[in-house]
Design a protein around this ligand. Structure first.
Ligand SMILES: [Zn+2]
Length: 676
């Protein structure tokens, strides 16, 4: 917490230290930086304010008298719930006539390690004075080894030069934690300025930040929840990356040469490929051949059990390929123009390979694990999900208590060599496939029947085509539009930023939903796909059918949809039936350590990237595993152009060598971090 307590005088001009202590006791911070603290000063009845506050909060304290005032001292102070091991007080020089200021530094012991906590209160009059003081502060804390937190009343807003200088070396907890609200802390009754800040150095990560409403002082306190991280060890930096990356490219080619086209699948070959490698590195694993030739594989690195496990899930089957339409043999894995070609390169053997490399790296190079890391390779995702369904029905004990699962589904955009968008998939639409069957009087084609089966069906289909399903803006989709708004040209930028408002304009809604890329995000969709009627040109059939591929938004009821569709069809003689196993769409929260870790790492590796949650139009196995209570995300550090994406279920599927090499490192680093 950072709190300018205005010597304990509230907005009502009354001195009351108990009120200040109450605010602190309510928030229960471990460390508090206090500014404007009196000791033995006449205006505050000669009180030793910090000693009194320490008693009222039962914390240890340190005091830094920066000024002599009315027979006493005035300055900044620190309260700590941790033992204070060392205290340093430094005065700042002034570059002109101004109040003397200083900084107070304490070293406290947390989990047998030292943490440095600093507070200061800068000049209130002159920006150049604050900058001069900040330069001195930075010099003093420059020698600190280990984790460091600086809290301050900078008297400087985020556009000010003192604040800006701080940000060259420190994170602002308010910004990093994406705190809600404006963070204004002064004046307490009508906050209008953000001048009280919590800064964190390397090895300290802000998870949350908030301000506390109170009139006990003329400022309100700013509180942040910070997490101490293990500083990167020398050990991790000694990984011989080029060696592992060469290995990744080689294994990628080997994996792509295994033909697991589904049907028929033959995923046992993929399972054996993984088994051989896991055995070689001493990683415990087991194959489950649930049907001849159809097999899943699970491998596990044991953690100490202090956290629940993480599953790296990939399907090992691929869709079939039409070799004649490819530039190369779909199972040759040749490298051409820095791309590795092969069916499954993106969907999803590339990700499976990153999962494999992560297992090897964790086993050989990684830190001790806090949780089990589970590799799960499943058969038959592309057709019936048999592999995953079998695992969940028969072997769920091996993974069902997992906290996280990572699999396919992320939607990343590489544009002009830069990663522009990284979409973590947290929700998907659900297929709800329907068949419409019309029946009617048959006959010879030479003597038309006005209400024949075909004619009725076509009229019904025409009504379906004209039906505009209602537009619905889900919170995750709203977030997506807001996230990508900065990438758009005006006026789209403003319209996306205020998407809920914008959609109320029918012309805008019409133009947005006329684009395939956006339409499916906003409504239940219908594609007319299979059609059949007579087998002969001159025969009017007794029945005509049409299959439609309906995709429902998360939260939609299939029964409700069917009712609405039946009304649109408006022909009771047409039978409408559901022809797939409907899996209710679900979603995972973005408010997790894993999500923020992915966001943070991605931002560090690709500063231009916007991290968002684009709902998938398609289905992924995440839906099955979320039902077990697992947080499932579609994410992999594989960055593709729209051109590359054409290869998924299409021709010339390929993954860039760069994606394999860099992805190996980026994926490993996220899993390592979340499993420490
Ligand atoms: Zn897939």
């Amino acid at each position: 917490m950072t709190y300018n307590i205005h010597v304990g005088v509230g907005m009502d001009k009354k001195l009351d230290l108990q009120r200040i202590a109450d605010v602190i006791n309510r928030e229960r911070p471990d460390l508090v930086g206090l500014q404007e603290v009196d000791r033995g000063v006449k205006r505050t009845e000669g009180k030793d304010e910090i000693a009194e506050l320490a008693a009222m909060t039962r914390m240890e304290y340190a005091f830094a008298p920066n000024l002599d005032f009315q027979g006493g001292k005035y300055g900044v102070a620190i309260l700590s719930r941790f033992p204070i091991k060392n205290t340093i007080h430094r005065m700042f020089e002034n570059n002109r006539e101004a109040e003397r200021r200083g900084m107070l530094l304490v070293e406290v012991e947390v989990d047998r390690k030292l943490l440095t906590f600093v507070t200061t209160h800068l000049d209130y009059q002159f920006e150049d004075g604050r900058l001069f003081e900040t330069e001195q502060l930075m010099r003093h804390v420059g020698e600190v080894k280990g984790p460091l937190i600086v809290v301050a009343d900078l008297n400087d807003v985020p556009t000010g030069s003192a604040y800006q200088l701080m940000r060259t070396k420190f994170d602002d907890a308010w910004v990093v934690s994406r705190a809600k609200g404006d963070g204004f802390s002064y004046p307490a009754d009508k906050p209008a300025k953000r001048i009280d800040h919590v800064f964190s150095g390397p090895g300290v990560r802000a998870k949350k930040a908030w301000v506390v409403e109170t009139l006990a002082s003329d400022h309100v306190p700013v509180v942040a929840e910070l997490e101490l991280q293990q500083i990167e060890t020398q050990h991790a930096e000694q990984i011989d990356w080029p060696r592992y990356q060469d290995m990744a490219v080689d294994l990628m080619q080997q994996y792509l040469r295994i033909d697991t086209s589904n049907p028929p699948g033959n995923e046992i070959q993929a399972a054996r490929f993984f088994k051989k490698i896991f055995d070689q590195y001493g990683i415990e694993n087991e194959i489950f051949e649930y049907k001849p030739g159809r097999a899943n594989i699970i491998a596990r690195l044991k953690g100490n059990g202090s956290k629940r496990s993480i599953i790296l899930l990939s399907h090992t089957d691929v869709v079939t390929a039409e070799p004649a339409a490819w530039e190369v043999d779909p199972f040759s894995a040749v490298i051409k123009n820095d791309y590795i070609y092969g069916r499954g390169a993106l969907d999803m053997k590339g990700e499976g390979l990153l999962h494999l490399m992560t297992m090897i790296l964790l086993k050989r190079e990684g830190p001790p694990l806090s949780r089990d890391v589970i590799f799960l390779g499943t058969a038959d995702e592309e057709v019936d999900d048999e592999g995953s369904l079998w695992m969940i029905a028969n072997k769920a004990d091996l993974f069902k208590n997992a906290e996280y699962l990572l699999t396919e589904g992320g939607d990343n955009l590489l544009d002009g060599g830069d990663v522009k968008v990284v979409g973590v998939d947290v929700a998907e639409k659900a297929p709800f496939w329907l068949r419409l069957t019309a029946t009617g009087t048959p006959g010879h084609g030479s003597r038309p029947v006005a209400d024949s089966a075909s004619n009725r069906l076509i009229r019904a289909m025409s009504r379906i085509l004209d039906w505009e399903t209602p537009i619905k803006l889900l919170p995750a989709v709203e977030k997506y539009f807001k996230d990508v708004a900065p990438l758009q040209p005006e006026p789209l930028r403003l319209q996306f930023a205020n998407i809920r408002e914008s959609l109320k304009d029918p012309a805008f809604a019409k133009s947005l939903t006329s684009q395939r890329e956006y339409n499916f995000l906003l409504r239940n969709t219908i594609s007319i796909t299979m059609l059949s009627g007579s087998k002969q040109t001159n025969v009017i059939p007794v029945a005509a059918t049409c299959n439609i591929d309906v995709r429902l938004l998360p939260g939609e009821s299939p029964d409700e949809f069917l009712k609405a569709l039946t009304a649109v069809v408006a022909d009771p003689t047409i039978k409408i039936e559901n022809i797939n196993r409907f899996k209710p769409p679900n979603s995972s929260s973005v408010d997790t350590d894993l999500f923020s870790l992915i966001a943070r790492r991605t931002k560090a590796n690709h500063p231009k990237a916007v991290i968002t949650t684009k709902m998938l139009s398609g289905y992924t196995e995440s839906q099955l595993y979320r039902q077990l209570g697992i947080t499932a995300y579609g994410w992999a550090p594989i960055y593709t152009t729209p051109d590359d994406d054409e290869g998924v279920h299409g021709n010339n599927e390929r993954i860039s060598v760069k994606n394999v090499r860099q992805g190996t490192r980026e994926f490993y680093e996220v899993v390592r971090e979340i499993s420490r």
